[in-house]
Design a protein around this ligand. Structure first.
Ligand code: ATP
Ligand code: MG
Length: 196
């Protein structure tokens, strides 16, 4: 079985925290491939993405360009609407029967896991590879046992970068250079995303 780690997110924009989380999970869990899957409408965010679906996907492509183990998938964008991970995982299992999937999440997402759509059913289909995020204390105490036992911790160098902070920096006219890969940086500048 080919082992695939799914990296879901809004990627608004993609940054080095996402890439290092993916690479750390790949190495620690012996994953063959990582698939980056930008969400159309993220279920638990209280605002719509700032950049368009096309722009977010393009930034993902630029970030993973020439990385042999990384791949971008537009199935959530194509499906449109609210992007529930359970729907994505079910489609992928049908489309790619020779692969086994796990789902990579940062510590902040562990804390809202209980609110994910059909989380217990999802936890029967995938395990979660969990990476730390600076300033986030994980609380797994209130998760159902079936979910908690599917969490697999994975070490990564702590990276204090978030898309929210990158957007705020752009809004304030501050630099985001070296927080994102250069090709993403050039794209954001050229298209005047998140400010100018
Ligand atoms: P936003 O601030 O808009 O929520 P974000 O930086 O959290 O953006 P998302 O697209 O929301 O990025 O996150 C996608 C996935 O990547 C989530 O599982 C999140 O926990 C994880 N992630 C994002 N940034 C980091 C980071 N710096 N370290 C570890 N994991 C991260
Ligand atoms: Mg986030």
């Amino acid at each position: 079985m080919i082992q695939v780690g799914l990296m879901g997110g809004t990627f608004d924009p993609i940054h080095y925290g996402h890439l290092l989380a993916a690479e750390s999970a790949r190495e620690a869990c012996g994953l063959d491939e990582i698939w980056f899957i930008p969400a159309a409408t993220p279920p638990l965010k209280d605002h719509a993405p700032h950049a368009s679906s096309e722009e977010r996907l393009e930034m993902v492509y630029r970030a993973i360009d020439f990385q042999p183990h990384f791949r971008a998938m537009d199935l959530e964008l194509e499906r449109g609407g609210t992007s529930y991970t359970i729907d994505t995982v079910k489609s992928l299992r049908e489309l790619y029967p020779g692969r086994e999937f796990s789902f990579i999440i940062g510590a902040d997402r562990v804390n809202d896991l209980q609110q994910w759509h059909q989380i217990e059913e999802l936890a029967e289909l995938v395990s979660f590879v969990v990476v730390e995020r600076p300033g986030v204390t994980m609380d797994t105490g209130s998760l159902p046992a079936g979910v908690r036992e599917k969490l697999q911790r994975c070490e990564m160098p702590l990276i204090d970068i978030s898309s929210t902070d990158i957007r705020a920096r752009r809004g304030a006219g501050r630099s985001i250079r070296f927080l994102v890969p250069d090709k993403v940086y050039q794209f954001i500048k050229r298209n005047e995303l998140y400010g100018s």
